[in-house]
Design a protein around this ligand. Sequence first.
Ligand code: AMP
Length: 541
Amino acid sequence: MFGSMMDRPLLVSSLLEHAERQFGSTEIVSRETSGALHRYTFLEAAKRSRQLACALAQLGVTHGGRVASLAWNNHRHLEAYFGVSGSGAVLHTCNPRLHPEQLAYILNHAEDEVLLFDTTFLPLVESIAAHCPMIRQYVLLGGGQDMPKDSRIPNLVCYENLLAACAGDFVWPEFDERTASTLCYTSGTTGNPKGVLYSHRSTILHTFAVSLPDTLSLSAHDCLLPVVPMFHVNAWGLPYAAAMNGCKLVLPGPKLDGASLYELIEGERVTCSAGVPTIWLGLTQHMEQHDLSLSTMNRTVVGGAAMPEALIRTWTQKFGVEVRHAWGMTETSPVGTQGSLLPKHANLTVEQQCAQRAKQGRAVFGVEMRTIDADGNEQPRDGKAIGELVVRGPWIAAAYFKGEKPALRDGWFPTGDIATIDADGYMHITDRVKDVIKSGGEWISSIDLENAAVGHPAVLMAAVIGLRHPKWDERPVMFIVTKPGQTVDKAEILAYLADKVAKWWLPDEVIFLDALPLGATGKVQKMELRHQYADMLDCPA
Ligand code: AMP
């Protein structure tokens, strides 16, 4: 017997309608490419999103058609989030840091018909347009004054003219909630990137999960700053969550350096923000250099890579900001876990609490999570047994775009992360499957070693890889970038690590670099390091 409740579809457009009606005067502040701040309200954003939906229909984009974006976190990109998906088309957010060839590949693979792009990316679009025959219409996200005098881009129009030709009376269509809403390709460190196709249903359910007290705890009293890019995994769902909860939304545009972020946080009275650890590293350096403090921000969500414990301590103790460590992937929409503390942790020292927060956290409701061994057997939840993390839930990918199937393990998505889970459900990632270091048959956690090294006052960033070794199969090698003006040597690093990790974990070599190789989503490219230093330890014992 079914329940007798209404079967109303969960649609992205309903978030904006809700914001328009309940929080119409709430502000959206957005940094333009020029650096100036643009301000308007949810009421205006909703009207312009409807104008965009109407313009797309006039351009011949139909239900399920793909519209790509190459844009920063700004108000026009936000309109695309609602205008494209709300109309029944699919917004394909593209990462501008991809290699141009990869970018052309994903635009063609997605069969995008329209490309919306910020002025910053004009040269990039000019370089790939000839290789993207399916794109019928290029739209520059700006006004007439931003249009280039002459451009090699065919069928180029400006966004503001497109909108001006449409009234704001478009009526959001209703359709099946399982309809695709957005498309995001994985960063593709090996092989071609794969498309993850989110649905309206998965997006709305994920938005509820993001808003929960232990995740972001959002309300209309919040001012939310998503530093995490809107071109990667829907900025962790924060634009949708701002509309659901009526948060003031602050979008940082292209300026992600410490000084610009600090100015925005203080100037707009941001209470909550979200980003990858490298962003907070930049802001930390800026604040420490200028002896600054934060007057309104009380919490930040950090994920995408492990947040080093030392950085968590700085934010907690020095800046008074609660760090919520979250884990997720493109394939998980992305939020899978959050690292808030439990009542039982209240009596721990601040240092112990920070150590707890350095774990990736507990599954949010809706995500089931376990670790398995090579034969697929579930590992005990004892905080010690290591295995591959597998997940399942209504916002986890079951397949890639165009039918490519991930190798599901009994219906669970294999994350490629190696982790432990403890009795309270806290998950702790020790490595990516491909980054695992096996020395003399035992595993060494590269992430734990990196986190320990970053605690040294002279160390800005650290990366550890396993290199072939004639006696031990593999041994760890550490790469370090020091803070500006600081020096440290191998002996000092090894001495510093000595009481923090097992003796046999200590790296065989410590190499100092000016910078670590970073990929399109800002993660360290360990593959590049492995490639470059492959034979370093492979000499006779
Ligand atoms: P992507 O799909 O590009 O967003 O990358 C997802 C991967 O990033 C995950 O499988 C993890 O390896 C890594 N990752 C995400 N969040 C965290 C975190 N909080 N700590 C450690 N690694 C993380």
